[in-house]
Design a protein around this ligand. Structure first.
Ligand code: PEP
Length: 252
């Protein structure tokens, strides 16, 4: 059975003190909750990962990074490798977020390299895909998402692909307050699952966790998460306040 996940992508937010308090508040709320088969993952900025993994040892959440380099080590000033993340016990990494594609020109090939590096070091990629507004309006959203998957994750062997978590994040919904409707989300998630079945097999497709991301909050999470092919969410803005994030978690 596939895992259900709510992951918080903090992006470039919070001071150290604020981050510590947010993590402590979330950890305290999770303490009293029965999470069953739901995994909660927090993805703070790199500089807070060690603090987060220390707290996570005694708590019910796991820690992910927001990015990593495709090389294992060397002369890549300012970059962070999978080996480094692994040494901090960080078990997840967001790869292919639209903000990195857009602002840092990360292309399919580079992202494929990152996915491969993560898998090599036993870190589960949370691989983001999704179309921009013009592509949806032109009706090319399925083709765009298929290409993103084809070029960056479908090069993996089946046993490695099983480690990948996917996140469908329509770019027009990220940080805009306009979420995909439950029907739009379900339609794309089902399409992605069928595409995985075609590329690999039915079992792998059924076992793949596919998250929805894009203005998901405590008000709309339940109707999105109730869709049969939506296995949780990648949450940006609503992961920055403990009560709001916990409300999203309890919607799953
Ligand atoms: C994201 O950046 O991954 C995201 C989903 O952001 P938001 O929830 O703020 O739209």
């Amino acid at each position: 059975m596939r895992k259900k996940i709510v992951a918080g992508n903090w992006k470039m937010n919070k001071t150290f003190g604020e981050a510590e308090k947010l993590i402590a508040d979330i950890a305290a709320s999770l303490e009293g909750m029965e999470l069953k088969d739901t995994e909660v993952i927090l993805c703070p900025p790199f500089v807070y990962l060690e603090m987060a993994t220390d707290i996570a040892e005694e708590s019910k959440f796991r820690v992910g990074a927001q990015n990593m380099n495709d090389h294992d080590l060397g002369a890549f000033t300012g970059e962070i490798s999978a080996i480094m993340l692994n040494s901090l016990d960080v078990k997840y990494v967001i790869i292919g977020h639209s903000e990195r594609r857009q602002h840092y020109n990360e292309n399919h090939e580079f992202l494929a390299g990152k996915v491969n590096a993560a898998i090599r070091h036993q870190i589960q990629p949370i691989f983001c895909c999704g179309e921009i507004l013009a592509e949806r309006e032109a009706g090319t959203h399925f083709t765009i998402v298929k290409k993103q998957l084809d070029d960056s994750v479908f090069q993996l062997l089946p046993e490695h692909f099983k480690q990948v978590i996917l996140a469908y994040e329509p770019v027009w919904a990220i940080g805009t307050g306009v979420n995909a409707t439950p029907e739009q989300a379900q339609e794309m998630h089902l399409y992605i699952r069928e595409t995985i079945a075609e590329k690999y097999d039915r079992q792998i497709a059924d076992d793949t966790t596919i998250l929805y991301g894009g203005s998901c909050n405590s008000k709309n999470a339940r109707e999105l998460f109730i869709q049969p092919d939506v296995d949780g969410g990648l949450i940006g803005g609503s992961s920055l306040k403990a009560d709001e994030f916990i409300a999203v978690v309890t919607s799953l």
